[in-house]
Design a protein around this ligand. Structure first.
Ligand SMILES: [Zn+2]
Length: 269
């Protein structure tokens, strides 16, 4: 079995503008971050596809007034992947913008860190501010997968498949994972939301939503070390610069980026 993977990011919606005080701890209202892009990911090898997060439920994003570029599960067809046949789906963490379409993968086994489940079903969620980024229907759906033998808990760090390792980062959410993926250019760390913007690592700038601030900051340093300081090998979860720095493999009708090749070397920095 090949242990070299492609990493594709499906940019399914965007918030075109977002001030720093809504984004970073101690951010200023007059600083613009450049917006927030939203992604679902898929790892593809010669004979296997592993989906990482599904993106949000379409109607929830539309209710926020956001443009919807395309449902990630449907966009997989551009990559030769049929959601009906996907067998592995890793949930990096259970925030609503990552788990809104689990039902589109009827044959999948789901994988999530055990601390994330403990958090979304336990005392953490008795604090309104801590459940802000989770939605009840999705937490119930994930708990239901346990009863159907469709959720496997990933504990700590380990190897998911040859060439795909997972690391418990925590911080942003209790069970936030990062994935280290073997690609043609060597290992690439798909941070998902362990990092939202590169500047969090470059400037140790704290994202505004977190479960444990100290752990989130330690995670930034840990992932920086994991890539040997090469930020081109560290893929954040929401940075609008991603779509400028990596090759586009599928565009929207207006020419803007829809699917990006994140396993490839950056084309600009
Ligand atoms: Zn997110």
């Amino acid at each position: 079995m090949s242990d070299v993977w492609k990493i594709y990011g499906i940019r399914y919606t965007t918030q075109p503008s977002r001030p720093a005080h809504r984004t970073f701890l101690f951010g200023e209202p007059d600083e613009e971050t450049g917006g927030l892009d939203y992604y679902s990911w898929v790892l593809v090898s010669d004979n296997r596809a592993i989906v990482v997060d599904t993106g949000a439920a379409e109607q929830k994003m539309k209710a926020l007034g956001r443009d919807w570029f395309g449902t990630p599960s449907a966009a997989l067809k551009h990559l030769g992947v049929d959601p009906d046949h996907v067998e592995d789906l890793i949930i990096s963490h259970a925030h609503w913008d990552h788990v809104g379409d689990l039902g589109a993968f009827p044959k999948a086994q789901f994988y999530m860190n055990d601390l994330e489940m403990e958090s979304i079903t336990g005392p953490d969620m008795s604090y309104k501010v801590m459940r802000e980024a989770y939605h009840m229907n999705e937490a119930q759906e994930i708990a239901g997968l346990v009863y159907e033998d469709r959720l496997t808990f990933l504990q700590g760090d380990g190897t998911f498949a040859p060439g795909v390792d997972y690391t418990l980062i925590g911080g942003h959410s209790a069970g936030q994972l990062a994935l280290t993926v073997s690609t043609e250019r060597g290992p690439v760390v798909l941070a998902t939301d362990a990092i939202h913007f590169w500047q969090e690592v470059e400037q140790e700038r704290a994202f505004l939503i977190f479960h444990d601030l100290r752990q989130m900051l330690a995670g930034y340093r840990k992932m920086y070390a994991m890539v040997g300081g090469d930020l081109g090998r560290l893929i954040p979860g929401h940075d609008p610069l991603i779509a400028k720095r990596y090759p586009v493999v599928e565009t929207l009708p207006d020419g803007s980026p829809f699917i990006l090749d994140l396993g490839a070397a950056p084309i600009a920095w």
